[in-house]
Design a protein around this ligand. Structure first.
Ligand code: BES
Ligand code: MN
Ligand code: ZN
Length: 496
């Protein structure tokens, strides 16, 4: 998609030649109503007659208005214009335009915008225009290939925010696309190919390990999960080097279960198809790397993806089997459906070699997290307060929010077993926390955080589909980390 930002006033924007024009109309509109353009008189009448409510979702939709060059015109109330209000307003406006063939969309914000507001506007429209096509025999051509955003004041930070918003959108789209693809079109091998394709020509490295190399590394826990699958496992290592090799990287570890049947502890049939989304953590890592490839910021990031299916089979790991992880710790696998932690623990041990500044794992880890936090916030667990605060702040700034959960040692009691150093499940209580406590045992050598995205990575029901979360949170976190605390920054920054 082609994006541009322009400094414009409404009276000239209405003469632009786009297919549709959306006007973001603030609740404080005295100045707008005093204008001498055709919209001012139209809106004054609409407000007087009660046809336009200055309330969330209030909108007027017109076709072929003589005073406006665009075929479609939607005027939508955005109240004070907070990021959340802009998202709501633009979703409503896009909904009003839905069936129209819109290639070039103009959006005029009749208010001064800051970077966060701009990012909210761009990501909302960009995301609304995504549709999944990969496995359709007759895909509809994609709507919206050009977006012209105009506002009264365009500053340098706003232009920079536009660049970031575009990269974020590209990253979110990569994450959605790979998460949405069915498991037979997104095998571990295909995920690895996708990682290589993102790396190609962008100056970051991608290395893919197979069963032989993973065996040599001693990843007995990861291997145990992969035993039941006919698809060979892949361990994907991506390295984005934007700074000197001496600078410690942030390591992102994405759970890459391309399909989770539960294994021998098999899941019930209802909605099992949704377990194609069990690689959403991996998809978010691919998405972040796609965004980094565009932005080329000056820091280092490593992406690790342990990818495999979790299948029942004659060779599959059985409840009660004890395996030895790469860390040397033995694990009693009491439930083969708690497989995410089994692939992640070996990836966490592998992360040690990068002497990381921080390690963040991202996983659709527990149904219990969906019960705890629903689809609104991702679960955040961290042994490091500074890291937790930074991630929570990145969530708020990006609108891709998370909520910190506890890690008291008492929660680990249930993981004790007579037959190994640790069991892979505890009782039914606090399932999201006990899963995190399991992971924490493998993350003692660096600052670590875990994001449980089981509730936020996709939507169920009629609007079933990947959300692309938490690419926004992660990218905001990374860019904020690189932000110098003093002096004039030339690099890419996220500003409030
Ligand atoms: N991938 C699932 C978690 C999941 C379930 C995410 C439903 C989203 C919706 C994970 O591998 C799993 O099966 N976890 C088990 C753990 C249990 C066996 C301790 C769960 O949550 O039931
Ligand atoms: Mn499972
Ligand atoms: Zn799973």
């Amino acid at each position: 998609m082609n994006f541009e930002i322009q400094k414009r006033v409404l009276s000239t924007v209405i003469r632009d030649n786009s297919d549709a024009l959306i006007v973001l109309w603030p609740a404080e509109d005295a100045l707008l109503l005093a204008g001498n353009d055709p919209l001012a008189s139209l809106m004054a009448a609409a407000i007087r007659l009660g046809d336009f409510e200055r309330k969330p979702g209030g909108l007027i939709s017109l076709y072929a208005h003589p005073g406006v060059k665009a075929r479609h015109l939607v005027i939508v109330c955005c109240e004070e214009g907070t990021p959340a209000q802009l998202r709501r307003a633009l979703n409503a406006a896009w909904g009003a335009l839905k069936s129209a063939k819109i290639k070039h969309l103009g959006v005029h914000a009749a208010l001064d915008m800051n970077a966060q507001q701009l990012q909210a506007a761009v990501s909302t429209l960009g995301e609304a225009s995504y549709s999944y096509t990969h496995t359709l025999s007759k895909p509809k051509p994609r709507l919206l290939d050009k977006l012209t955003l105009s506002t009264g004041v365009v500053t340098a930070p706003l232009r920079e925010a536009m660049v970031q918003a575009q990269a974020l959108l590209a990253g979110v789209e990569v994450a959605k696309e790979w998460a949405n693809r069915p498991a037979n079109h997104a095998t571990p091998t295909l995920l690895a190919d996708a990682a290589k394709a993102i790396a190609k020509g962008t100056g970051f490295k991608c290395e893919v390990l197979g069963p032989k190399e993973v065996t040599k590394l001693g990843m007995g826990s990861f291997l145990a999960v992969a035993r039941g699958s006919a698809e060979p496992l892949r361990f994907i290592v991506m390295r984005y080097n934007g700074a000197a090799a001496s600078q410690a990287p942030v390591v992102l570890v994405g759970k890459g279960i391309t399909f989770d049947t539960g294994g021998i502890s098999i899941k019930p049939a209802g909605e099992m198809d949704e377990m194609k989304y069990d690689m959403s953590g991996a998809a978010s890592v691919l998405g972040v790397f796609a965004a980094l490839a565009q932005l080329k910021p000056r820091f280092n990031v490593v992406g690790l993806i342990p990818a495999t299916e979790n299948m029942p089979d004659g060779l599959a790991v059985k409840p009660g089997d004890v395996v030895t992880s790469m860390s040397g710790q033995t694990i009693e696998i009491l439930n083969t459906d708690a497989e995410g932690r089994l692939v992640l623990c070996d990836a966490l041990t592998y992360a040690e070699r990068f002497k990381p500044k921080a390690v963040i794992d991202i996983a659709t880890l527990t149904g219990a997290c969906v019960i705890a936090l629903g689809a609104v916030r991702s679960g955040l667990f961290s042994s490091n307060d500074e890291l937790a605060v930074a991630l929570q702040a990145a969530g708020e700034a990006s609108g891709d929010t998370c909520w910190r959960m506890p890690l008291d040692d008492e929660y680990a009691e249930g993981l004790k077993t007579r037959f190994a150093d640790v069991a892979n499940v505890a009782g039914r209580q606090a399932g999201a926390v006990t899963a995190a406590k399991f992971l924490q045992r493998f993350a003692t050598r660096f600052a670590w955080a875990h994001l449980d995205i089981a509730g936020t990575a996709w939507k169920s029901g009629a609007a079933k589909g990947a959300t692309g979360r938490p690419v926004g949170l992660l990218l905001h976190y990374l860019l904020a980390q690189s932000e110098p605390t003093t002096g004039k920054a030339k690099g890419l920054r996220s500003r409030a």
